[in-house]
Design a protein around this ligand. Sequence first.
Ligand code: TXA
Ligand code: MG
Length: 316
Amino acid sequence: MALIGTDINRACLELNQGNLVGIPTETVYGLAGNALDAKVVAKIFSVKKRPAFDPLIIHIPSFQYLDTVVSKVPEQAKLLANSFWPGPLTLVLPSKDIVPDLTNSGLSTVAVRVPNHPLALALLDRLDYPLASPSANPFGYISPTTAQHVEQQLGGDIPYILDGGACTIGIESTIIGFEGEHPVIYRPGGVSIEALQELIGKTGFKPHASKVVAPGMLNNHYSPRKNLLLGNIPELIAAYGPEKAGVLSFKDHYQKIDESVQFQLSEKGDLTEAAQNLFGCLRKLDAMSITHIFAELVPNHGLGLAINDRLQRAAS
Ligand code: TXA
Ligand code: MG
Protein backbone atom coordinates (compact mmCIF):
# COMPACT_ATOMS: atom_id res chain seq x y z
CA MET A 1 0.00 0.00 0.00
CA ALA A 2 1.27 3.45 -0.88
CA LEU A 3 0.74 6.33 1.49
CA ILE A 4 -1.52 9.00 -0.02
CA GLY A 5 -1.04 12.60 1.09
CA THR A 6 -0.22 16.18 0.22
CA ASP A 7 3.25 16.29 1.77
CA ILE A 8 5.70 17.71 -0.77
CA ASN A 9 8.65 17.16 1.60
CA ARG A 10 7.84 13.49 1.73
CA ALA A 11 7.53 13.29 -2.05
CA CYS A 12 10.93 15.04 -2.42
CA LEU A 13 12.55 12.72 0.06
CA GLU A 14 11.34 9.61 -1.73
CA LEU A 15 12.40 10.96 -5.13
CA ASN A 16 15.84 12.00 -3.80
CA GLN A 17 16.31 8.43 -2.56
CA GLY A 18 15.66 7.13 -6.07
CA ASN A 19 12.11 5.98 -5.39
CA LEU A 20 9.04 6.55 -7.55
CA VAL A 21 6.13 8.77 -6.51
CA GLY A 22 2.61 9.11 -7.93
CA ILE A 23 2.08 12.76 -8.87
CA PRO A 24 -0.98 14.76 -9.84
CA THR A 25 -1.05 16.76 -13.05
CA GLU A 26 -3.94 18.55 -14.74
CA THR A 27 -4.17 15.77 -17.37
CA VAL A 28 -3.75 12.42 -15.61
CA TYR A 29 -1.70 11.18 -12.66
CA GLY A 30 1.93 10.36 -13.40
CA LEU A 31 4.38 7.74 -12.13
CA ALA A 32 7.37 10.00 -11.49
CA GLY A 33 11.09 9.53 -10.94
CA ASN A 34 14.40 11.27 -11.66
CA ALA A 35 14.49 11.54 -15.46
CA LEU A 36 18.28 11.81 -15.53
CA ASP A 37 18.99 8.63 -13.53
CA ALA A 38 18.78 5.52 -15.71
CA LYS A 39 18.37 3.23 -12.68
CA VAL A 40 15.29 5.15 -11.56
CA VAL A 41 13.88 5.27 -15.09
CA ALA A 42 14.35 1.48 -15.28
CA LYS A 43 12.09 1.19 -12.22
CA ILE A 44 9.39 3.19 -14.01
CA PHE A 45 9.44 0.77 -16.94
CA SER A 46 9.39 -2.21 -14.62
CA VAL A 47 6.52 -0.99 -12.39
CA LYS A 48 4.42 -0.06 -15.44
CA LYS A 49 5.42 -3.23 -17.30
CA ARG A 50 6.08 -0.92 -20.20
CA PRO A 51 8.25 -2.00 -23.14
CA ALA A 52 11.56 -0.11 -23.16
CA PHE A 53 11.01 1.08 -26.74
CA ASP A 54 8.21 3.40 -25.57
CA PRO A 55 9.82 6.73 -24.56
CA LEU A 56 8.76 8.81 -21.53
CA ILE A 57 7.75 12.45 -21.14
CA ILE A 58 10.06 14.66 -19.07
CA HIS A 59 8.31 17.12 -16.76
CA ILE A 60 10.08 20.40 -16.07
CA PRO A 61 9.20 23.35 -13.80
CA SER A 62 9.37 26.13 -16.41
CA PHE A 63 10.22 27.10 -19.97
CA GLN A 64 13.61 28.40 -18.74
CA TYR A 65 14.49 24.86 -17.67
CA LEU A 66 14.05 23.52 -21.22
CA ASP A 67 17.72 24.14 -22.12
CA THR A 68 18.78 21.53 -19.57
CA VAL A 69 17.36 18.66 -21.64
CA VAL A 70 16.85 20.07 -25.14
CA SER A 71 19.48 21.26 -27.64
CA LYS A 72 17.34 23.30 -30.03
CA VAL A 73 13.98 25.06 -29.73
CA PRO A 74 12.32 26.05 -33.04
CA GLU A 75 10.48 29.40 -33.11
CA GLN A 76 7.10 27.69 -33.33
CA ALA A 77 7.91 25.61 -30.27
CA LYS A 78 8.70 28.80 -28.37
CA LEU A 79 5.37 30.26 -29.42
CA LEU A 80 3.55 27.14 -28.31
CA ALA A 81 5.33 26.95 -24.96
CA ASN A 82 4.67 30.60 -24.40
CA SER A 83 0.92 30.13 -24.94
CA PHE A 84 0.27 26.72 -23.45
CA TRP A 85 2.81 26.16 -20.64
CA PRO A 86 2.16 25.34 -17.95
CA GLY A 87 -0.46 23.13 -19.54
CA PRO A 88 -1.44 19.96 -21.40
CA LEU A 89 1.01 20.29 -24.30
CA THR A 90 4.10 18.11 -24.80
CA LEU A 91 6.83 19.26 -27.18
CA VAL A 92 9.09 16.72 -28.88
CA LEU A 93 12.46 18.42 -29.44
CA PRO A 94 16.11 17.47 -30.12
CA SER A 95 17.52 15.87 -27.00
CA LYS A 96 20.70 16.68 -25.10
CA ASP A 97 23.08 13.87 -24.08
CA ILE A 98 22.23 14.39 -20.41
CA VAL A 99 18.98 12.47 -21.08
CA PRO A 100 19.63 8.74 -20.52
CA ASP A 101 18.83 6.51 -23.51
CA LEU A 102 16.26 4.65 -21.47
CA THR A 103 14.24 7.83 -20.87
CA ASN A 104 13.77 8.63 -24.55
CA SER A 105 14.32 5.09 -25.87
CA GLY A 106 17.55 6.14 -27.53
CA LEU A 107 15.78 8.55 -29.88
CA SER A 108 17.44 11.81 -30.95
CA THR A 109 14.42 13.67 -29.57
CA VAL A 110 12.87 13.99 -26.14
CA ALA A 111 9.29 14.78 -25.10
CA VAL A 112 8.96 17.60 -22.55
CA ARG A 113 6.19 19.49 -20.81
CA VAL A 114 5.46 21.86 -17.90
CA PRO A 115 2.42 20.47 -16.07
CA ASN A 116 -0.23 22.88 -14.86
CA HIS A 117 -0.82 21.66 -11.33
CA PRO A 118 0.23 23.58 -8.21
CA LEU A 119 1.53 20.51 -6.34
CA ALA A 120 3.46 19.18 -9.33
CA LEU A 121 5.01 22.60 -9.98
CA ALA A 122 5.92 23.07 -6.31
CA LEU A 123 7.54 19.64 -6.33
CA LEU A 124 9.48 20.26 -9.55
CA ASP A 125 10.71 23.58 -8.15
CA ARG A 126 12.21 21.79 -5.18
CA LEU A 127 14.12 19.13 -7.15
CA ASP A 128 17.57 19.32 -8.78
CA TYR A 129 16.41 17.19 -11.69
CA PRO A 130 13.37 16.91 -13.99
CA LEU A 131 10.82 14.11 -13.59
CA ALA A 132 10.19 11.37 -16.10
CA SER A 133 6.54 10.58 -15.68
CA PRO A 134 4.34 8.39 -17.80
CA SER A 135 0.69 8.01 -16.84
CA ALA A 136 0.53 6.00 -13.59
CA ASN A 137 -1.29 2.94 -14.98
CA PRO A 138 -0.05 -0.50 -15.93
CA PHE A 139 0.93 -0.45 -19.61
CA GLY A 140 -2.11 -0.57 -21.89
CA TYR A 141 -4.69 0.05 -19.15
CA ILE A 142 -6.89 3.10 -18.44
CA SER A 143 -5.02 6.22 -17.24
CA PRO A 144 -5.64 7.34 -13.62
CA THR A 145 -7.37 10.62 -12.84
CA THR A 146 -7.38 10.40 -9.02
CA ALA A 147 -4.80 9.39 -6.39
CA GLN A 148 -7.07 6.44 -5.51
CA HIS A 149 -6.88 5.12 -9.08
CA VAL A 150 -3.08 5.11 -8.76
CA GLU A 151 -3.24 3.35 -5.40
CA GLN A 152 -5.58 0.67 -6.75
CA GLN A 153 -3.16 -0.35 -9.46
CA LEU A 154 0.36 0.60 -8.48
CA GLY A 155 0.03 1.08 -4.71
CA GLY A 156 2.01 -2.07 -4.00
CA ASP A 157 5.01 -0.83 -5.95
CA ILE A 158 5.49 2.77 -4.80
CA PRO A 159 5.87 4.35 -1.36
CA TYR A 160 3.98 7.60 -1.83
CA ILE A 161 1.25 9.23 -3.91
CA LEU A 162 0.91 13.00 -3.86
CA ASP A 163 -2.82 13.73 -3.79
CA GLY A 164 -3.81 16.72 -5.89
CA GLY A 165 -7.48 15.86 -6.24
CA ALA A 166 -9.28 14.86 -9.43
CA CYS A 167 -7.52 15.90 -12.66
CA THR A 168 -9.15 18.97 -14.20
CA ILE A 169 -8.48 18.03 -17.84
CA GLY A 170 -8.77 14.24 -17.49
CA ILE A 171 -7.11 13.29 -20.76
CA GLU A 172 -3.37 13.21 -21.58
CA SER A 173 -1.41 16.07 -23.09
CA THR A 174 -1.35 16.82 -26.80
CA ILE A 175 2.02 15.77 -28.23
CA ILE A 176 3.55 17.84 -31.02
CA GLY A 177 6.92 17.47 -32.73
CA PHE A 178 8.71 18.97 -35.71
CA GLU A 179 9.68 17.13 -38.87
CA GLY A 180 12.11 19.45 -40.55
CA GLU A 181 10.48 22.74 -39.58
CA HIS A 182 6.98 21.34 -39.99
CA PRO A 183 4.87 20.80 -36.84
CA VAL A 184 3.25 17.36 -36.55
CA ILE A 185 0.74 16.25 -33.92
CA TYR A 186 1.52 12.76 -32.63
CA ARG A 187 -1.22 12.49 -30.04
CA PRO A 188 -4.41 14.55 -29.72
CA GLY A 189 -4.92 15.62 -26.11
CA GLY A 190 -5.75 18.37 -23.66
CA VAL A 191 -4.90 21.26 -25.99
CA SER A 192 -7.25 21.18 -28.98
CA ILE A 193 -5.86 21.09 -32.49
CA GLU A 194 -7.95 24.18 -33.28
CA ALA A 195 -6.15 26.11 -30.53
CA LEU A 196 -2.74 24.96 -31.79
CA GLN A 197 -3.52 25.83 -35.39
CA GLU A 198 -4.82 29.24 -34.44
CA LEU A 199 -1.34 29.97 -33.15
CA ILE A 200 0.99 28.25 -35.63
CA GLY A 201 -1.16 27.56 -38.68
CA LYS A 202 -1.39 24.22 -40.43
CA THR A 203 -0.02 21.15 -38.66
CA GLY A 204 0.50 17.57 -39.73
CA PHE A 205 -1.47 14.90 -37.88
CA LYS A 206 -0.02 11.41 -37.42
CA PRO A 207 -1.70 9.91 -34.39
CA HIS A 208 -1.56 6.36 -35.66
CA ALA A 209 1.68 6.60 -37.61
CA SER A 210 2.32 3.20 -39.14
CA LYS A 211 6.04 3.78 -38.96
CA VAL A 212 6.43 3.99 -35.21
CA VAL A 213 7.77 7.43 -34.32
CA ALA A 214 6.50 7.02 -30.81
CA PRO A 215 5.66 3.45 -30.01
CA GLY A 216 3.24 4.65 -27.34
CA MET A 217 1.00 5.38 -30.26
CA LEU A 218 0.36 1.66 -30.58
CA ASN A 219 -3.31 0.88 -30.66
CA ASN A 220 -3.69 -1.39 -27.65
CA HIS A 221 -3.92 1.55 -25.27
CA TYR A 222 -6.39 2.76 -22.67
CA SER A 223 -8.13 -0.58 -22.74
CA PRO A 224 -10.59 -1.75 -20.15
CA ARG A 225 -10.66 -5.50 -19.55
CA LYS A 226 -14.27 -5.65 -20.69
CA ASN A 227 -15.00 -5.90 -24.38
CA LEU A 228 -15.60 -2.32 -25.52
CA LEU A 229 -17.70 -2.03 -28.69
CA LEU A 230 -17.86 1.33 -30.40
CA GLY A 231 -20.74 2.29 -32.66
CA ASN A 232 -24.40 3.19 -32.70
CA ILE A 233 -25.61 2.16 -29.24
CA PRO A 234 -29.20 1.05 -30.14
CA GLU A 235 -27.72 -1.03 -32.99
CA LEU A 236 -25.20 -2.58 -30.63
CA ILE A 237 -27.98 -3.40 -28.17
CA ALA A 238 -29.99 -4.99 -30.97
CA ALA A 239 -27.03 -6.99 -32.25
CA TYR A 240 -25.52 -8.22 -28.97
CA GLY A 241 -28.48 -8.02 -26.59
CA PRO A 242 -28.82 -5.89 -23.47
CA GLU A 243 -27.84 -8.64 -21.03
CA LYS A 244 -24.46 -8.28 -19.37
CA ALA A 245 -23.84 -4.99 -21.18
CA GLY A 246 -23.09 -1.50 -19.93
CA VAL A 247 -23.30 1.80 -21.80
CA LEU A 248 -20.85 4.67 -22.11
CA SER A 249 -22.66 7.45 -23.96
CA PHE A 250 -21.88 11.07 -24.70
CA LYS A 251 -25.04 12.54 -23.17
CA ASP A 252 -28.06 10.30 -23.81
CA HIS A 253 -29.73 7.55 -21.82
CA TYR A 254 -30.72 4.43 -23.73
CA GLN A 255 -33.67 2.11 -23.27
CA LYS A 256 -33.35 -1.63 -22.59
CA ILE A 257 -30.20 -1.21 -20.51
CA ASP A 258 -30.40 -0.76 -16.75
CA GLU A 259 -29.63 2.79 -15.56
CA SER A 260 -27.14 1.41 -13.01
CA VAL A 261 -24.80 0.34 -15.82
CA GLN A 262 -25.19 3.47 -17.98
CA PHE A 263 -22.75 6.36 -17.82
CA GLN A 264 -23.04 9.66 -19.65
CA LEU A 265 -19.76 11.52 -20.23
CA SER A 266 -21.62 14.83 -20.04
CA GLU A 267 -25.40 15.06 -19.83
CA LYS A 268 -25.23 18.64 -21.01
CA GLY A 269 -23.08 17.67 -23.97
CA ASP A 270 -19.98 19.55 -22.86
CA LEU A 271 -16.71 18.15 -24.25
CA THR A 272 -14.57 19.54 -21.43
CA GLU A 273 -16.72 17.75 -18.88
CA ALA A 274 -16.74 14.63 -21.07
CA ALA A 275 -12.92 14.54 -21.09
CA GLN A 276 -12.85 14.90 -17.29
CA ASN A 277 -15.19 11.93 -16.91
CA LEU A 278 -13.90 9.58 -19.62
CA PHE A 279 -11.33 7.46 -17.77
CA GLY A 280 -13.29 7.40 -14.50
CA CYS A 281 -16.43 6.13 -16.26
CA LEU A 282 -14.42 3.47 -18.09
CA ARG A 283 -12.99 2.31 -14.77
CA LYS A 284 -16.43 2.12 -13.17
CA LEU A 285 -17.81 0.10 -16.07
CA ASP A 286 -14.77 -2.15 -15.99
CA ALA A 287 -15.48 -2.98 -12.35
CA MET A 288 -19.14 -3.98 -12.98
CA SER A 289 -20.47 -7.46 -13.56
CA ILE A 290 -20.95 -7.02 -17.28
CA THR A 291 -19.08 -8.49 -20.23
CA HIS A 292 -19.55 -5.74 -22.84
CA ILE A 293 -19.38 -1.97 -22.89
CA PHE A 294 -21.36 -0.30 -25.68
CA ALA A 295 -19.87 3.11 -26.41
CA GLU A 296 -20.34 5.87 -28.98
CA LEU A 297 -18.08 8.55 -30.40
CA VAL A 298 -18.50 12.17 -29.29
CA PRO A 299 -18.57 15.22 -31.63
CA ASN A 300 -15.19 15.25 -33.37
CA HIS A 301 -13.97 18.76 -32.62
CA GLY A 302 -12.07 20.44 -29.78
CA LEU A 303 -11.36 17.93 -27.00
CA GLY A 304 -13.70 15.53 -28.81
CA LEU A 305 -10.81 14.52 -31.08
CA ALA A 306 -8.76 13.34 -28.10
CA ILE A 307 -11.75 11.62 -26.49
CA ASN A 308 -12.55 9.76 -29.72
CA ASP A 309 -8.89 8.80 -30.11
CA ARG A 310 -8.92 7.19 -26.65
CA LEU A 311 -12.27 5.48 -27.26
CA GLN A 312 -11.04 4.05 -30.56
CA ARG A 313 -7.90 2.70 -28.97
CA ALA A 314 -9.80 1.29 -26.00
CA ALA A 315 -12.00 -0.55 -28.49
CA SER A 316 -9.25 -2.04 -30.62
O1 TXA B 1 -0.53 14.21 -19.99
C1 TXA B 1 0.46 13.49 -20.13
O2 TXA B 1 1.21 13.61 -21.10
C2 TXA B 1 0.73 12.46 -19.03
C3 TXA B 1 1.04 13.20 -17.73
C4 TXA B 1 1.46 12.27 -16.62
O3 TXA B 1 2.00 14.18 -17.96
N1 TXA B 1 1.79 11.58 -19.41
C5 TXA B 1 1.66 10.64 -20.38
O4 TXA B 1 2.75 9.84 -20.53
O5 TXA B 1 0.66 10.50 -21.02
P1 TXA B 1 2.75 8.45 -21.31
O6 TXA B 1 4.07 7.85 -21.05
O7 TXA B 1 1.58 7.65 -20.91
O8 TXA B 1 2.69 8.86 -22.80
C6 TXA B 1 3.83 9.45 -23.37
C7 TXA B 1 3.73 9.43 -24.86
C8 TXA B 1 3.96 8.06 -25.42
O9 TXA B 1 2.95 7.78 -26.36
C9 TXA B 1 5.30 8.16 -26.09
O10 TXA B 1 5.42 7.29 -27.16
C10 TXA B 1 5.34 9.64 -26.49
O11 TXA B 1 4.75 10.26 -25.38
N2 TXA B 1 6.72 10.11 -26.62
C11 TXA B 1 7.65 10.19 -25.68
N3 TXA B 1 8.83 10.60 -26.18
C12 TXA B 1 8.64 10.79 -27.49
C13 TXA B 1 9.48 11.21 -28.57
N4 TXA B 1 10.77 11.50 -28.40
N5 TXA B 1 8.92 11.30 -29.79
C14 TXA B 1 7.61 11.03 -29.99
N6 TXA B 1 6.77 10.62 -29.00
C15 TXA B 1 7.27 10.51 -27.77
MG1 MG C 1 -0.14 6.45 -20.86
